[in-house]
Each structure stands twice: as C-alpha cells, then as structure tokens.
Design a protein around this ligand. Structure first.
Ligand SMILES: CC(=O)N[C@H]1[C@@H](OP(=O)(O)OP(=O)(O)OC[C@H]2O[C@@H](n3ccc(=O)[nH]c3=O)[C@H](O)[C@@H]2O)O[C@H](CO)[C@@H](O)[C@@H]1O
Ligand SMILES: C=C(OP(=O)(O)O)C(=O)O
Length: 420
C-alpha cells in the first residue's frame, strides 16, 4: 500500500458490516438446513477466504453488492483447505459449527494475527463439557462426539473469551438439552450471532450478558435476510483517522452504544465530537490532550482499537499511556512507527506515546491488521511517501478500503493485490 502523506481528509464515510460478526456468521451458516442470506457483508479478504473454505465442503456461496447467499444443503465432510484455514483466526469457528452439524470436526489449528499467543483451551473445555472427545496432532485438532451426539452442559469459562463463547454456542445450538455458559463474553458480535441463529429457530438466550443459555433444537430454517451489525472497529479506525488528519469527517452507519468506551476517550482527549443517532462528526482538531487507555473485554476499550488511536495520540500534548491487557504482546506497530520518527516505546507490554512534531514517510510493515491500520493513519500524518508492506493484513478486515479513503481525499493505492 502506497500512501502520500501531508493532506487533510474530509467528507463522509459509511461503515460496513462487522468483520468479527461476519467471520462467525459464515461458519454458523453451515448449521442451517436451508440456504441463508446475509446483507451488509463487508468486502474483505477474510470473507473471500471463508468462501473458499465453504466451497471445499460443497457449500456454494455468492457475494454481490454486500449480499451473500450460502447454500449448505448439499454439504459434505471434506478436509478443509489449509491455506485458507490458516489465513484467518476465525476459521476455528468451524470446530464448533462442524461439531454441531456432524458430531465431529477436524480443523487445522488456524492462523490469525501475529498478536501474541492465542490459546483455545477454553473452546476445548467447552466442547469436552458437551460430551466430545478432543485430541491434537501437530497443528490439527480432532473433535468427536459419541453416537448419541452432544448434550447440554454447564460451562464456566475461566477467561472472558469471544472465541470460546461463540464456539460453544455453535456446538450447543443443536445439542440435546440446555447449555449454560457462565462468564461469557458480552461483545455485540455475539448478540449478532445469537440473533441470526434465533431467526432460524434456535433458542439462544442472554447474549450480551455474561450468562448465555442455549436450548438445543433439531432444525434451523432460514426465512429472512440477516443484516450484519456495523463494524465498531472500522468506525473507530476512521474516527482515529479523523482525529489525526481530519478536516471535518462524518462517520455514518454506527451504533453509538457499541463505541462508547472509544468515543468517551476521544472526549477525554478534548475532541469535540458531535454524536447523532447513527453517525458521528469529528471537526478539524487543533489540539489533543494526552490520555491513558487500558483495553478490556466489552464494554471496555477494545484491543483492536488501541493501535489506530495510538497514531492519533502522537499529536497529543504530553505523554499518553496504552496498556493492552487482552493481548499485551500486541505492540507490532511500535517499532514501525519509530522508523517514521515517532517518539514511542513499549516496555513490558505498556506503550508510551510522546508528542511527535514530524513523521517521515518510509517503508514499514503491517505485522497484523490493526498495526496496519495504525501505520496507515501515521502515513497520512507523515511528510512524503510511505510504503506499507504486508498490506494484505489490513485488507483482511477493512471493507472497500481504497474506495472509502479516496472519497475522503486520500492519495492511496494498492500496487499488488493479495492472492487468495
Ligand atoms: C475479550 C476481547 O477483547 N476479545 C477480543 C479478542 O477476541 P478473541 O476471540 O481473539 O480473543 P478472546 O476473546 O477469545 O480472548 C481474550 C483473552 O482470553 C485468552 N484466551 C482465549 C481463549 C482461550 O481458550 N483461552 C484464553 O486464555 C486470550 O489469550 C486473550 O487474552 O480479539 C478479537 C480480535 O482482536 C477482538 O475482536 C475481541 O473483541
Ligand atoms: C486480531 C483481529 O482479527 P483476528 O482475530 O481475526 O485475527 C482483529 O480483528 O483485530
């Protein structure tokens, strides 16, 4: 990705469907006994890779103008394509959905972002509680239920995990009896998944609270289109961009409640945002105050938004402190920002951001999706040209990115499209 820095950006940007919902909804779709239809599907690399995985199971899908139709009625059990599986962390949701569908699943341990260790012990604990046996061989996980299939169970998650909460819901939705998940994650994407499953006849209650009850049903029949919620992380990224280089930017199609921990930090930094029912306006900013950020599970400040906002904080007077308690090793952006001249350092997982007058365009690497988003914002702040390598990491999760940025007046291009 090549970016010419130094211009102020302005205008409107419309947020797409949430990546972290979509990557759970697509694996969930194979549980259905009918075709399913989603709209507001983001045009991102993760979605195209998930379509490759579906096709390998003879599940045909189409994707046009944000509408995706998935037909799982002819699904067959096949080995999953390891390159596509390893391209995104969320392919681990096929563990839960294949287990729910066929009473067994074999999934290569997925990749995902380079953000530090990403254990799945809580997912495995949940599958075992539902009656499955689990074994691992190198990078493959084999999960099998006995002939009677999965049964409901009481599961207390030892850590608040989005991934484990979703995987247990997927496995439990067709299991015999009642499953109770305690200490469940409360992210909006979990509510979105529950709404989709319930629209097909599932009985998932309590999503959005820390106790979720799933009563197993035999059939899931889709009769409506499920509209995916707006991406709060994409919205937060454009809001960070607006704080960094905006000359008046409106971010449209948001759910303000999903962004409260983030927008309250903007307010704390002295940014005079104007919040409406489903959009937020950020005026041109003359000064930003230093702030402290601690990430935590929803409704706390999202781990996925510490990096984009860190770039904007280089403008702040004084020293900001960013502490990612979810993924303390998620500091890939720090060394790259330094190459651009940023006064920033990380010590024991805590990032210290000092006011930086001048950033210089250079070559930097997007080590993971949100580190990439941070570098993109820094590139717009910098003088001269910045080349971001491994930009495929950014394209994993930002809908129609080049089109949206160009509309705001950005000079940005991708010179080599990522391969599927
Ligand atoms: C709670 C939280 O902020 N979750 C974020 C996390 O979700 P993601 O689903 O990746 O991560 P989890 O919510 O599952 O993990 C949260 C924490 O629990 C730990 N853990 C998780 C599963 C497990 O079996 N064992 C275990 O110890 C993880 O190492 C991590 O420290 O990253 C995603 C991608 O950036 C974000 O969209 C999510 O909002
Ligand atoms: C880390 C992220 O994605 P994933 O969990 O898909 O790797 C993210 O969305 O910031």
């Amino acid at each position: 990705m090549i970016i010419e820095g130094g211009q102020r950006l302005s205008g409107e940007v419309t947020i797409g469907g949430a990546k972290n919902s979509t990557v759970a909804l697509i694996p969930a779709a194979i549980l259905a006994d009918t075709p399913v239809r989603f709209d507001s599907v983001p045009d991102i690399l993760d979605v195209h890779n998930l379509m490759v995985i579906l096709e390998s199971m003879n599940v045909h899908s189409t994707f046009e103008d944000g509408v995706m139709v998935i037909d799982p009625t002819e699904i067959v059990e096949n080995p999953l394509p390891s390159r596509a599986i390893k391209s995104l962390r969320a392919s681990y949701y096929f563990m839960g959905s294949l287990l729910g569908k066929f009473n067994r699943s074999t999934v290569t341990f997925p990749g995902g972002d380079n953000i530090g260790p990403r254990p799945i012990d809580q997912h495995i604990k949940g599958f075992k509680a539902l009656g499955a046996s689990v074994s691992e061989n190198e990078d493959t996980v084999y999960i099998t239920a006995d002939k009677r299939g999965l049964h409901g169970a009481h599961i207390f998650l030892d850590v608040v995990s989005v991934g484990a909460t979703i995987n247990v819901i997927l496995a439990a939705v067709k299991a015999r009896g009642l499953t109770t998940i305690e200490n469940a994650a409360r992210e909006p994407e979990i509510i979105d998944l529950a709404m989709f499953l319930n629209s097909m006849g599932a009985k998932v209650r309590g999503a959005g609270t820390d106790v979720i009850r799933v009563e197993g049903v035999e059939k899931l029949v889709s009769t409506t289109t499920h509209t995916i919620i707006p991406d709060r992380i994409e919205a937060g990224t454009y809001l960070s961009l607006a704080a960094a280089v905006g000359n008046g930017i409106t971010v449209k199609n948001i759910i303000p409640e999903h962004l409260e921990s983030f927008t309250s930090k903007l307010v704390e930094a002295g940014i005079n945002i104007k919040m409406d029912e489903d959009q937020v306006y950020v005026p041109a900013i003359s000064s930003i105050s230093a702030i402290e950020i601690n990430t935590s599970p929803f409704p706390g400040f999202a781990t996925d938004l510490q990096q984009p906002l860190t770039a904007s904080l280089l403008r702040a007077s004084g020293m900001s402190v960013v502490n990612d308690t979810i993924y303390p090793e998620r500091v890939k952006h720090v060394t790259e920002l330094k190459k651009m001249g940023a006064k920033i350092r990380s010590e024991n997982g805590v990032i210290y951001v000092e006011h930086t007058d001048h950033l210089q365009g250079t070559e930097v690497e997007a080590g993971e999706i949100r580190a990439g988003a941070c570098l993109m914002i820094a590139a717009f702040m910098a003088e001269g040209t910045t080349t971001i390598t491994r930009a495929d990491n950014i394209m994993r999760g930002y809908d129609s990115l080049i089109k949206k940025l160009t509309k705001l007046g950005a000079k940005v291009q991708i010179i080599e499209e990522p391969e599927l």
